[in-house]
Structures are given as C-alpha cells and as structure tokens.
Write a protein that binds this ligand. Sequence first.
Ligand code: H2U
Ligand code: ZN
Length: 351
Amino acid sequence: MKKFNSLDHPHKRLNPLTNDWVLVSPHRSKRPWQGQVEKATVDERPKYDPSCYLCAGNERAGGHKNPDYKGTFVFTNDFSALLTDSPEGGVDEGSLFQAKSETGICKVICFSDNHSLTIPEMEVADIRKVVDVWCEQFDELGSTDFINYVQIFENKGSIMGCSNPHPHGQVWSSSTVPVEPDKESVTQKAYFEKNGNTLLGDYLKAELEKKERLLAENDHFVALVPYWAVWPFETMIISRRAVQNILQLTDEEKDGLADIYKQLTVKYDNLFETSFAYSAGLHQAPTDGKDYPEWHLHMHFYPPLLRSATVKKFMVGYEMLATPQRDITAEQAAQRLRDLSDIHYKKQINK
Ligand code: H2U
Ligand code: ZN
C-alpha cells in the first residue's frame, strides 16, 4: 500500500471558516497548457485623467461633481446595490418562494487623488490614511441603527470586474449579515465555545510554527496562503492579536495593517510583473451592538491569475457543479510568493 503524501496525491482540504472543501490535485501541476492566452495590458497611467469619474474635480456618472480632494475621498455610491429606504416586507409563499426586503448603504472610497497609483505603489503612510477611512466608515455605518454588517472591499483589475483603474475600494453595509461572514460567524463561535480561543488565533499559531505557508509578517499582522486556499494565489492577512474589528486596533496595529497590505500586494505585482488583479476585503464582527469574542479580524485576497499576467484560473465545470479544485498546492504558492522581492518591480534598479 502506498502511503498518502499531500504533495503527490489528490486530496480534499477543509476550510474551517466556511466548512467548504477544496479538491487539491498536485500531480496535475505538470500538465501542458493550451488554453487561452490574453494580451498583457500596458499599465502606464497619468496622475490625472480628465475622463475618470473618480479623479478630483471630475463629474461622476451620476451627475455629481467630485471636490478638488487630496488624499482619500468617500462618496455614497451613485448606483448603490442597497438603499436606505426600501420598504419592509418580502415574499413568504411556503418554503419554495421566500424573499426578504434588505436595506443598506453603499459607499466608494478613493484611496488617493493620484490616478496612476495602486496600493502596492502607494507609500505605507498613505495606505494608513486608507485604513483610517475604513475605521471612520466602519464606525459611522456600524453605529447606524439599521446597519448590522459592514463589508469593506476592493476590486482591483478589470478581470475582477473593477470598472476603473483609479485606486479605490468600496463599503457595502447592510441590515443583515451577508452569506460569507455569516458562515464565518457560525464556525468561529462554535470553535470559540469549544476551545476558548479564536479559530484564527489557533490557526495562526500553528502556521507560525509550521512555516510552510507564510509569506510576509510584521509585529502585528501575518500574510499567508491558507491551507484551504481555492484560488491559485489566494491569501489571508490575519491580525496577531484577536480583535473583533478595526476599531479595536491600536495606532501601531493600524500602521501594521497598512504595511502588510503593501508587502503582500508588492509581492503580488512582482509575481507576474503586472498589476495583479484581485478582490480583497476585511471580515469583521457584525455591528449589531453585541459582543463577538469569537470574531478574529482578517482580510481575504482572491486573485484569479494562475500562470502569467494573462492566464487566469476559471471556476468552471467541476468547480461550478461539484467542488472548487486547484493544481498548484497552497505550499507551492506560498513558497513562490515568499521568495519574491519586497521591492516593487517598477522600482527595482537594472530593470
Ligand atoms: P468597482 O470597485 O468594482 O470598480 O466599482 C466601482 C463602483 O463605483 C460601482 O459600484 C460606482 C459603481 O456603482 N460608481 C459611482 O458611484 N459613480 C460613478 O460615477 C461611477 C461608478
Ligand atoms: Zn482617476
């Protein structure tokens, strides 16, 4: 009988935050690729683009004019997916036809007035200002009566559906806890009740000992490829100290979050020497006024690129119908990211 080895043999891994499984097929990494090859996009942009709806002084699609802002700028999404004034109600026609009215507030956050930048190209001190805006928004929206969850996120790159290269993110806040954080609420609570520690606190401790999936660290945060990663270069940023939300971070920890956000995204850009696309976001405790000692602040990064600046992973076929699957293991992905320079490729000399 052959002995199981996770480097060679197909296996399933459990995501303890969602209770979902991912199929890992490491033996397939050597398979030849004859699929789609897209053209790399040259990414040189001006500091100001007169046609950009996020640049200072410009008119947005909704007709509002942006102020002549410097640094960060927040506005209510002109095409908000959630509205404050949806009437209460829904559909309740037995178990097959259920609907519930949902209210919320959606905002857009410009990270910088400089149209040409992205997070990995920004200074840590300027990213810290983005963290401060996240805190302000989390505080303001979270303390709004009917808001019980605040989702802060960033879509980067047109392949992730990002509509505009101007550095920006979004906040969608809602009266109910959305699906993904809700799953994590259940699992983290069950773990905390059983073990007396946060799930991610114990997970991080184990990862710091194993050292197989780490890619960047500072005094307050660690970036790693989770054991259960689905996307080829999926990562997480986890706070060393278990805090329920960003408002509980100290000033130094907020600097640490800005620093690790940059460290990780510089490595991402360096991987294929391209502006690396992803959807990323913070997961935090609900904002319904209750205490959630089981909740451990973290940030997920879901990037689609697989083997070059143009070849991306698609969630198709078996993944849509059965379970997500990956070839390159989480350990191999972590090793590749870890080995990359901490200096952005555009700033490396001799380039
Ligand atoms: P992305 O982060 O995925 O690019 O989305 C940008 C958001 O900006 C999107 O939700 C909003 C869109 O509704 N938007 C405005 O609020 N005003 C505009 O003038 C254009 C885009
Ligand atoms: Zn712009």
